[in-house]
Write a protein that binds this ligand. Structure first.
Ligand code: ZN
Length: 175
């Protein structure tokens, strides 16, 4: 297993639409394993393949305290949405930013598991929010897109400034 680099907003690659997985093979299973390792180390409760620069519809989630309930979703699709929930969300691609986002608080979704077997599941609360957040990623959407454009601009400027400061300073002229 290996940890993967996570892209940060406003990287344009986060705007790609991920392609459906045609076959859940060892390559996809290795991606899932690497995504779990990356997500647990970050640490985060959800990760979409788009965030590690892989344009496939693959998501990893684990909302458990003990980090022992890994949920891998391949080609996930929401079948039903119900109710409204407003939760403070963060994202590994938008580090250090937390904002309230309104989403459905009860969903039913289907996906393939790591063996390529289809399954359906209901989710509410945090898991429902997490699945919706990750599926947004697969469609090139970020949680900041649910905020006002003014707020989004502010976040963008803040992260761009932080990225510049993190970059190594140019070497001085040696005379
Ligand atoms: Zn995210």
């Amino acid at each position: 297993m290996a940890t993967l680099d996570i892209l940060h907003f406003p990287d344009p690659r986060l705007r790609n639409k991920a392609k459906p997985v045609t076959q859940v093979d060892d390559r996809v299973r290795r991606l899932i394993d690497d995504m779990f390792e990356t997500m647990y180390q970050a640490p985060g409760i959800g990760l979409a393949a788009i965030q590690v620069n892989t344009s496939l519809r693959v998501v990893t989630i684990d909302i458990s305290e003990e980090k022992d309930q890994p949920l891998a979703l391949v080609n996930p699709e929401i079948l039903e949405r119900d109710g409204v929930e407003e939760m403070s969300e963060g994202c590994l691609s938008v580090p250090g930013i937390y904002e309230k986002v309104k989403r459905a608080d009860h969903i039913r979704f289907r996906a393939l598991d790591r063996n390529g077997e289809p399954f359906e599941q209901e989710a509410e609360g945090l898991l429902a929010v997490c699945v919706q957040h990750e599926i947004d990623h697969l469609d090139g959407k970020l949680f900041v897109d649910h905020l006002s454009s003014l707020k989004r601009q502010r976040i963008r400027k803040k992260l761009e400034k932080e990225a510049r400061q993190a970059a190594p300073a140019p070497a001085g002229t040696v005379i």
